[in-house]
Design a protein around this ligand. Structure first.
Ligand SMILES: [Zn+2]
Length: 368
């Protein structure tokens, strides 16, 4: 079985390389718009969408690396096909949208055109670009995206396929984890993992700097600089959050042989069905990190259905309604009294260790 992972490394292009990267980033988005324009015109004139090869022959003159250009035409072709199928079924379907050139962010290499040479990455047509490889790449490299973040920094994101090894347990205990907003995670043994405090501080600074932008004149240099500052703080928050998630997930997979965690739902579903406010992005990322770190640590991550984990008494299994604000579960039947989140974590552990529960290992769920 194969496991997909992504590695993200900071790039340090020279001034010339950065100019070229920007040009290609622009070309990539521009190509989408040019092809889309071509497709719409053709459709209006003939009533037909262009074929894959017709789109592809339009990509030839862009000056882009041929595979990156082809990837743009493939993606557009897929989007057009979706639109075509919808219309055929009698549903209303608009054309794909034109892309805003200012927001163009990345250049994609679907299979080749890049290789790692020492501490640099060699990319057609930019040549060798300096890169900080902060962790070794394990597995076979498949794709590369070159991304420019709003702070102006460039990154290389490699996706890699790894062979999964046979599972050998680390022989440690089992735990259930309930994820929350106030407390980041509550373990079934009663341990609570709070959100990192310094994040709150940076979030305050972020809010202040965001207000600062609105006071600057539109299009002015000072507004541009204020925006940069916001992007920098935002990046700092992202980094320290990622750092927290990495450290916490490593600690957990090293301490337990089985971790039960809830399968995450969309925001509305969670609120309506489970009476829970959620932080989707952060939790999904955290769950993914645990899954891919678990294998080497001899730990198994089991996803369980989160339905009613808050409403069920972990001692006797009776259910009752719990408002979002009730912090303690008091059971009317067996009289047990348990902290709301610990009760939920206990239920998650129970479901994860019950025979017949699906989702063991759940490698297929991860794509980080
Ligand atoms: Zn009970």
């Amino acid at each position: 079985m194969e496991l997909k992972r992504a590695y993200k490394f900071r790039l340090y292009p020279t001034i010339t390389q950065e100019k070229e990267l920007d040009t290609h980033r622009w070309r990539s988005k521009n190509l989408w718009n040019t092809l889309l324009d071509f497709a719409i015109k053709r459709y209006n004139e003939t009533g037909k969408f262009p074929t894959k090869s017709q789109l592809q022959s339009e990509t030839k003159k862009t000056g882009m690396y041929s595979q990156s250009a082809q990837d743009v035409s493939h993606r557009l072709h897929k989007a057009l096909l979706r639109c075509f199928i919808m219309r055929k079924r009698g549903k209303k379907a608009g054309f794909p949208r034109f892309k805003n050139i200012d927001r163009a962010k990345s250049i994609y290499y679907p299979q080749s055109g890049f290789s790692i040479v020492g501490k640099k990455v060699k990319i057609t047509p930019f040549g060798e670009i300096s890169m900080v490889i902060h962790r070794p790449i394990e597995g076979t490299m498949k794709t590369l995206s070159l991304k420019r973040e709003s702070s102006g920094k460039w990154f290389a994101v490699f996706t890699v396929e790894q062979e999964t090894k046979p599972f050998i347990s680390n022989g440690k205990g089992q735990i259930g984890i309930d994820l929350g907003l106030k407390t980041f995670a509550t373990l079934s043994n009663g341990t609570k993992i709070g959100n990192p405090r310094h994040l709150a501080k940076w979030e305050k600074i972020l809010a202040k700097r965001q207000r600062n932008i609105s006071r600057k004149k539109k299009g002015s240099k000072s507004r541009f600089l204020a925006k940069r500052k916001v992007a920098n703080v935002y990046e700092k928050i992202q980094n320290s959050r990622a750092d927290f998630l990495h450290k916490t997930s490593i600690q957990l997979v090293n301490s337990y042989s089985l971790i039960g965690i809830e399968r995450l739902q969309s925001q509305e579903m969670a609120e309506h069905a489970y009476g829970k406010q959620i932080n989707d992005a952060g939790w999904n990322r955290f769950a993914n990190m645990m899954v891919y770190k678990a294998e080497n640590a001899g730990c198994q991550v089991v996803f369980v259905d989160a339905k009613d984990t808050t409403k069920t008494c972990h001692v006797c299994g009776t259910k009752k309604n719990m408002s979002l604000y009730e912090r303690t579960y008091v059971c009317d039947k067996c009289n047990s009294v348990t902290d709301r989140d610990i009760n939920a974590a206990q239920n998650i552990l129970h479901r994860a260790t019950t025979v017949g529960q699906t989702g063991s290992h759940a490698w297929g769920d991860t794509n980080e």
